[in-house]
Design a protein. Structure first.
Length: 252
């Protein structure tokens, strides 16, 4: 366990994909943190569009971290993962070899108009109905996502068990929280049958420590292929995930 001085506040909810990436990384590295629930898109007191939160995260998105010792705040999941890895010397998750690191960065940049579209095209239309995502946007996102899955299968994962080599890095964590949510073990919104390398990688990632703890809220939503969750289902899933993560932190 790291010292009190290293402790961070993490703003977000466990059903958010980029928030899960940060939670998973922090738990894997046994780094102390406090999860403060911030509701994405809400202007309410604990909402990501509330002026108090916008002062920390001007884009109004989760995740965002705040360092207790320095008051330093940072949003954008990938920037957070890189920053924490550099600061804490998590060289297994973000190797110092400049070419491996550059490959990880390459994936992290690519992700935003690739795997991230899993959320815009398939997850959010069922879970964030308030966003009224237009059909045409959903269609474009599904095309971009499918292209990304094909690319992962035929290139990134064709010769190695993880995206950038033999060890799991923050690139795999960032990718999995998006792509993995669609697997039949969770929402069942995408058929991975035609993609054997991605399928094996999904199974490999599901064995990584804390996978189940981090994904408990998603698991609670169940299969979304036929039925969308209610607002109460979503709130309950987030609350349950939050309680479980706090329990894991208490035990460590
Ligand atoms: N590029 C950002 C995306 C973050 C993001 O889109 N978060 C969503 C929740 S999954 C959010 O905060 N949405 C609220 C809003 O846009 O109002 C990151 O990776 O951190």
């Amino acid at each position: 366990m790291t010292t009190e001085e290293d402790s961070v506040i993490l703003y977000g909810v466990p059903l958010s994909q980029p928030v899960r990436a940060v939670i998973w990384t922090l738990l894997l590295k046994d780094q102390d943190f406090e999860l403060v629930m911030i509701n994405p898109g809400s202007k309410g007191e604990m909402g990501s569009r509330n002026p108090d939160y916008l002062r920390k995260s001007p884009s109004g998105t989760i995740p965002c971290i705040e360092e207790r010792a320095t008051g330093f705040v940072l949003s954008e999941a990938h920037a957070i993962l890189c920053y924490l890895s550099r600061k804490n010397g998590w060289d297994d998750l973000y190797p110092t070899n400049i070419r491996i690191r550059a490959k990880i960065d390459s994936y992290l940049h690519y992700h935003h108009r690739g795997a991230r579209d899993a959320s815009l095209g398939l997850f959010a239309p069922r879970v964030r109905k308030d966003l009224n995502i237009p059909e045409v946007m959903q269609t474009i996102s599904i095309t971009l996502l499918t292209r990304a899955i094909k690319l992962l299968d035929s290139a990134w994962l064709s010769e190695s068990p993880f995206l950038t080599g033999h060890g799991m890095t923050i690139a795999d964590i960032a990718a999995y929280v998006e792509i993995g949510q669609l697997h039949h073990r969770f929402t069942n919104l995408f058929d991975f049958g035609p993609y054997p390398n991605v399928s094996k990688w999904l199974d490999r990632m599901a064995l990584v420590e804390h996978h189940d703890n981090v994904h408990a809220s998603l698991q609670a939503l169940g299969n979304l292929a036929e039925k969308s969750p209610t607002i109460d289902d979503i709130k309950d899933a987030n609350k349950m995930g939050y309680a479980l993560i706090n329990e894991v932190l208490r035990r460590s």
